[in-house]
Ligand binder design. Structure first.
Ligand code: SF4
Length: 207
């Protein structure tokens, strides 16, 4: 669900998809399924509309929401739709800076802090590996730099130091997508005392 009806239908280039998805969510919730949503935001997203969208999802009985900026695919025809790093932080600060207690996110509180520029992480490109009909995708869900047939090959043969912001790889420069940074946030929570304390603080503060 990429926003309220108007924004969602534009994002997926098809009228009526928001209403269809809404109907599906209502039915799934009614039948007792656990329902979560995933939302990708692009340049031009209206922070107030996104906040209203969160309210609407929670009112539907959704268990938790995931949210992420879109990745700047260099082959996409409309490059102006992608958020740079600064615009990502500005947008998410407006959306999440004063969060409502009623909002529940199905993601690490530290990732939400990262999106607001309150904390810095390096990417963990192997943290959410993608496996599909072609095999294991190198290096991450966003970049398609080949496939290998086993997880062992993915881990051992990928040149991981070529990826992430610190590597200087231009394809990673503006990326703040959950596939690489959510695992960094989760790792920080469980591997350092300061990360755990920051997570507790962010959870209590609901941001
Ligand atoms: S920074 Fe983004 S594009 Fe680059 S490896 Fe990490 S997740 Fe993939």
């Amino acid at each position: 669900m990429d926003g309220l009806k108007a924004e969602h239908d534009v994002a997926v280039c098809r009228d009526g998809t928001f209403d269809t998805a809404l109907e599906g969510i209502r039915e799934a919730v009614k039948r007792g399924f656990r329902v979560t949503t995933n939302t990708t935001l692009f340049e031009g997203a209206n922070p107030e509309h996104v906040r209203s969208f969160f309210d609407e999802m929670m009112a539907l009985g959704v268990e938790g929401m995931m949210v992420s900026p879109g990745y700047s695919y260099d082959k996409a025809p409309n490059q102006e739709k992608f958020l740079g790093r600064k615009n990502t932080i500005d947008l998410f600060t407006k959306i999440l800076g004063n969060p409502k207690k009623s909002w529940h996110f199905n993601q690490s509180p530290l990732f939400l802090q990262f999106l607001q520029g309150k904390i810095e992480f390096e990417c963990t490109p192997w943290g959410n590996p993608t496996y599909n009909v072609f095999g294991w995708q190198k290096p991450c869900y966003l970049l398609q730099e080949g496939y290998v047939s086993t997880f062992k090959q993915l881990i051992e043969e990928t040149e991981w130091d070529k990826y992430g912001r610190a590597s200087g790889n231009p394809k990673c420069a503006d990326c703040m997508v959950h596939c690489g940074y959510e695992p960094s946030a989760a790792d920080s929570t469980f591997s350092t005392l300061s990360g755990f304390a920051a997570t507790v603080k962010a959870t209590v503060g609901n941001s």
